[in-house]
Design a protein around this ligand. Structure first.
Ligand code: PMP
Ligand code: GLN
Length: 403
């Protein structure tokens, strides 16, 4: 194995899902819904297969119907205009979009400023491009201890006591050096559930403009926001021309296995990403592309319903964790909640997560593996709440038995 890849032998998600299968535990580790997306979207995929649409190689940049649907989505939700021909690219999930963007835009030795904790494929993608990651750590706000106080109306809950993770703007500025080529953003953020606010995004944008940096932004959780609003950084002044935006049908439409993602970027940047993508997969997901084009045209009530369901699930699991004695960071977005195990008398998230299935039949992910500094995040673990209510209730009951 190449030395570039030795730190990345098995992703934590595969490892924890294998542990769940082996032990029969409730899998709140890897983030995937236990209920598939809309039946009519699944039907659209079946229809495409039957009717012979996409069964052979679709066009390299993606079928025109989907590229137009992505452009229309960006216009309608964010007022961003993209030419479907030259500024939209369909990829094999956001994962390929990220890899293609990093491979296309980085020279060996370049530095990439990335939020930490970071989604694991960022570190691998940066390493495969021969570049170097420079983390800027999202830190929990110094806040009072958490309570069970969620009302479902806000990240701060009823008592205003749930802390959240924030970006330190001085640390961000200090991370940029003459070798920095791009800033890799992720909002809503996995694993913390933070939704970057306008002040944070404006600081990133100001830095990018001032130092002439590119921004690659992973917005796969764009529609899973419970508090505040999702602001695509490409909408900020002077940012459209330097931003590569990435999203995916996996999260918004609950079909993570279909692996349909997309990139929007100004034509020169899009052409660069497309060049790399040609030699990664060339194309993928033929019939699913037709189905996702239909999904993107669903009425807004679908996404509102998804968000309402996930908000309820967020509070169900967060309350369960708080009752079980964790210090809970109730998230503003995504379908993950992080929690500190220190109040349970535990110190090490990896050891905790490895023993959890045996102790109480639940799988979670240690966030330690998403930090360069293993001490940061050592006691934080992540639970996915995109699961049936009864599963979340049962997980809460099992975790309460820990104490
Ligand atoms: N980025 C983030 C932050 C994610 O959580 C995920 C999760 N799956 C991905 C990218 C990958 O998305 P996809 O499945 O579309 O490749
Ligand atoms: N994004 C999902 C998570 O964070 C997992 C995706 C994967 O397994 N690569 O859990």
């Amino acid at each position: 194995l190449s030395s570039r890849l030795t730190p990345f032998v098995t992703t934590i998600f595969a490892e924890m899902s294998a542990l769940a299968v082996r032990t029969g535990a409730i899998n709140l580790g890897q983030g995937f819904p236990d209920t598939d997306g809309p039946a009519e979207v699944a039907e659209a995929a079946v229809r495409a297969v039957r009717e012979g649409r996409g069964n052979q190689y679709p066009p390299g940049p993606g079928i025109p119907e989907l590229r137009r649907a992505v452009a229309e989505h960006q216009r309608r939700w964010y007022g961003l205009e993209w030419d479907p021909e030259s500024e939209v690219l369909v990829t094999a999930g956001a994962t390929e979009a990220l890899a293609a963007a990093l491979l296309a835009l980085l020279e060996p030795g370049d530095e990439v400023v990335a939020l930490e904790p970071y989604y694991d494929s960022y570190a691998a993608g940066i390493a495969m491009a021969g570049a170097r990651r420079v983390p800027v750590t999202l830190r929990p706000e110094p806040a009072a201890a958490t309570g069970t106080g969620g009302t479902g109306t806000g990240a701060t809950g009823a008592a205003g006591t749930t802390p959240s993770y924030r970006l330190d703007l001085d640390e961000l500025r200090a991370a940029v050096t003459p070798a920095t080529r791009l800033i890799l953003l992720n909002s809503p953020h996995n694993p913390t559930g933070t939704v970057l606010n306008r002040t944070e995004l404006e600081a990133v944008a100001a830095l990018a403009r001032e130092r002439d940096l590119l921004v690659v932004t992973d917005e796969v959780y764009e529609h899973l926001v419970f508090d505040g609003e999702h602001i695509p950084i490409a909408t900020l002044p002077g940012m459209r021309e330097r931003t590569v935006s990435i999203s995916s049908a996996g999260k918004s439409y609950s079909f993570t296995g279909w692996k349909v993602g997309w990139v929007t970027a100004p034509a020169p940047l899009l052409a660069a990403v497309r060049t790399a993508k040609q030699y990664l997969t060339y194309v993928s997901s033929g019939p699913f592309q037709y189905a996702v084009a239909e999904a993107l045209a669903l009425p807004d009530s679908y996404l509102a319903g998804l968000r309402a369901d996930l908000l309820r699930k967020r509070d169900l699991l967060s309350d369960g964790l708080a009752e079980a004695g964790f210090r809970v960071f109730r998230p503003s977005g995504t379908y993950f909640v992080t929690a500190d195990i220190t109040p349970l008398g535990e110190k090490d998230g990896v050891a905790f997560c490895m023993s959890l299935p045996e102790r109480c039949g639940v799988v979670a992910v240690p966030t330690q593996v998403f930090y360069d500094d293993p001490d940061a995040g050592r006691s934080i673990v992540r639970f996915a709440f995109c699961k049936k209510d009864e599963v979340l209730r049962e997980a809460g009951a099992r975790l309460r038995r820990l104490g």
